[in-house]
Design a protein around this ligand. Structure first.
Ligand SMILES: Cc1ncc(CN)c(N)n1
Length: 218
């Protein structure tokens, strides 16, 4: 069995919780207050800028040209691909200097955690820390589209859900998971147990990010 699937199974209780989180439920129904979406978009833009740097640490540690090619495509996918939807919302909200905004504590803590694992570990640890970000959004997008197809289609925020629920994002995630599985194949059971815990901790930070985006106070 794919070890990535095992890690997902070990965190599935958390992933299920994302789908029913009020932020995502209201994103789907369109009832999400704009202030909350704006906070998410600003914080997520800052997050993506720093997340790309974690791949860059992976690039420094990559043992082969093939690993380097994978990591560099993840960096450009984040900076030149995923960020673009945020950029569109930043313009719509009239946010100009988002890069001067501060990271909220939950966002900072999540990024510090991934960066710490990246600096201490090797590619298997780095991927255990960064995969919940990539793969949980695929799960969320597909589940929201499967469970609430009409609401998603009518939501003013449909693009944010459909980007992640699309077949092209699914294929990207499948190839990232297949790549990660090539790293995990030869590892000891003890190291794999540790990797599952890294994956779960990062999944927990994903939940805290949704909580941060939804809470009332700034
Ligand atoms: C916090 C967070 N987690 C995941 C994703 C999806 N890559 C994201 N944009 N932001």
């Amino acid at each position: 069995m794919s070890f990535v699937k095992e890690m997902i199974g070990h965190s599935m209780d958390l992933w299920e919780g994302y789908v029913s989180h009020p932020f995502l439920q209201e994103l789907t129904s369109g009832a999400l207050p704009q202030e909350k979406l704006k906070r998410y978009i600003v914080q997520d833009s800052l997050y993506l800028r720093e997340y790309a740097r974690i791949f860059a640490v992976g690039l420094l540690k990559a043992p082969s040209m093939q690993d380097m090619a994978h990591l560099s495509s993840l960096i450009s996918g984040t900076v030149q691909g995923e960020y673009l939807t945020r950029d569109r919302y930043l313009r719509e909200f009239g946010v100009k200097d988002w890069e001067a905004e501060s990271l909220l504590p939950e966002n900072q803590a999540y990024l510090d955690y991934m960066m710490g694992e990246a600096q201490r570990g090797e590619l298997p640890e780095i991927f255990a820390a960064v995969l919940p970000c990539m793969l949980s959004y695929c799960y969320i997008g597909r589940e929201l589209m499967r469970r609430y197809p009409e609401q998603v289609a009518a939501s003013p925020y449909a693009d944010l859900i459909q980007d992640y629920g699309s077949d092209s994002y699914y294929e990207l995630c499948r190839s990232d998971a297949a790549y990660a599985d090539t790293l995990y194949g030869p590892l000891s059971l003890e190291r794999k147990a540790h990797l599952k815990e890294i994956f779960r901790t990062a999944s927990d930070y994903e939940m805290k990010f949704w909580d941060m985006s939804y809470r009332e106070e700034m």
